[in-house]
Write a protein that binds this ligand. Structure first.
Ligand SMILES: *Cc1c(COP(=O)(O)O)cnc(C)c1O
Length: 393
């Protein structure tokens, strides 16, 4: 991904920074759009994966909607230009202020996560003389087979309404006049690489969909959430997820009644591979048992490894010419400068022998990277560079 020209440009920039390959983003979006359009599916981008302006503008311009998990994300989506009629708002703890902001913007739907929340939205909508469109976020008790920190669809997780609560839910709905039930919503986890998980989800949704039909409810929307994973181990060989196979699973296994719409909320799969964190080696510590590369980026720029032991491929960047010889390699623990022992990107990584001021790229960092940056240790604001800002030779 990084040719000599790019590496030279990087050498002239202040590090660390996120590098966004907008051409790869565009190709990824087109692949997703093609896969979804084939079946008439609707896609909302989960802003929590990345809310960088240029990234959002690209996503907005292919016509996708937005999936928000806070009032500020709703306002951001509107500001970027996402159509309010394509904005959905999920979240287990929506505050009154956030609900009001979403009502004022006439978003497409609230994904409601509890019976109590139904009452609160109803009250706030009533005060505004509005009717809020809602989908019930149902916890289907499907195991996403992913890291337990990013599993959301099990009985023990805090998200959504449990299946045994549905009776109570529809009784409550009958008393609420400022709410219109338009559909059901699910999101079982993230970084799901086994498509069988989505097949299981479809089977569960079919049962629940039928349950509502039997009780006389017409649901226009089946929102199946997001969660499609990416290949962190092979970012160049597998830079665009297999959206076609993913959408085909839903086409094959999800039973749509009449003209039911199918909605998706993809985050990671759309943006992870287009972002890399570029960092400079500050120090090399050679030890008896271990060697350390100490980078100028840390968990304050990319928290995933510290937060859930996530793997990211790390490459040393170098200018190659015809004379470049294969250099000796060494084994490194690659760490950041933050005063925490968990501030470690990777252990026992084999790299060409590396020295102070060399650059490294931490790959597949476009999702849940920049958005999680913090000012801990009073670190500098995060920087970013877009591929189209790099002058073409
Ligand atoms: C995080 C989230 C998503 C996106 O998940 P990805 O794994 O990034 O695709 C979608 N829907 C909801 C409700 C979420 O919380």
């Amino acid at each position: 991904m990084f040719d000599n020209h790019l590496v030279k440009e990087f050498q002239n920039k202040e590090t660390p920074f996120y590098y966004y390959d907008l051409a790869l983003l565009e190709n990824t979006l087109q692949a997703a759009k093609k896969g979804a359009d084939k079946h008439g599916f609707h896609v909302h981008f989960a802003l929590k994966a990345n809310f960088n302006d240029r990234v959002l503008k690209s996503i907005c311009s292919v016509g996708f909607g937005a999936d928000c998990v806070s009032g500020n994300e709703v306002l951001k989506a509107v500001e970027i230009g996402f159509d309010a009629s394509k904005i959905v708002f999920a979240g287990v703890g929506k505050s009154d202020k956030e609900i009001i902001a979403a009502l004022e913007n006439d978003i497409f739907a609230f994904n409601v996560e509890s019976i109590q929340e139904l009452g609160v939205i109803n009250e706030l909508a009533k005060a505004k003389g509005k009717k809020a469109r809602i989908a019930l976020r149902i916890n289907p008790n499907v195991d996403a087979q992913t890291h337990h920190y990013i599993t959301t669809g099990l009985e023990e997780n805090k998200f959504g309404i449990k299946i045994w609560e549905l009776d109570g839910c529809i009784n409550e709905l009958k008393t609420l006049n400022n709410i219109e039930l338009i559909g059901i919503h699910f999101h079982v986890g993230s970084q799901i690489t086994d498509l069988n998980v989505f097949k299981s989800l479809c089977i569960k949704i079919n049962e629940i969909n039928t349950w509502f039909e039997e009780r006389g409810y017409y649901l226009k929307v089946l929102n199946v959430g997001g969660g499609l994973g990416v290949d962190y181990h092979n970012p160049d060989g597998n830079s665009i997820p297999d959206f076609e196979a993913y959408f085909n699973v839903f086409d094959q296994f999800l039973e749509r009644k009449n003209d039911q719409e199918v909605h998706f909320e993809l985050g990671r799969a759309l943006v992870a591979q287009c972002g890399s964190l570029i960092s400079k080696v500050l120090y090399v510590k050679t030890g008896l048992k271990k060697n350390f590369l100490i980078l100028d980026a840390g968990m304050t720029e990319l928290m995933r490894p510290a937060l859930y032991q996530a793997y990211h491929q790390i490459e040393r960047l170098e200018i190659k010419d015809s004379q470049t010889e294969e250099s000796a390699t060494a084994n490194y623990d690659i760490v950041g400068p933050i005063c925490e022992s968990t501030d470690c990107f990777a252990k026992e990584v084999v790299l060409p022998e590396t020295s102070r001021n060399d650059l490294v790229a931490i790959r597949t960092a476009g999702a849940y990277g920049e958005v999680m940056a913090s000012r801990y240790n009073l670190r500098e604001e995060i920087r970013y560079v877009y591929s189209d800002e790099i002058l073409v030779k």
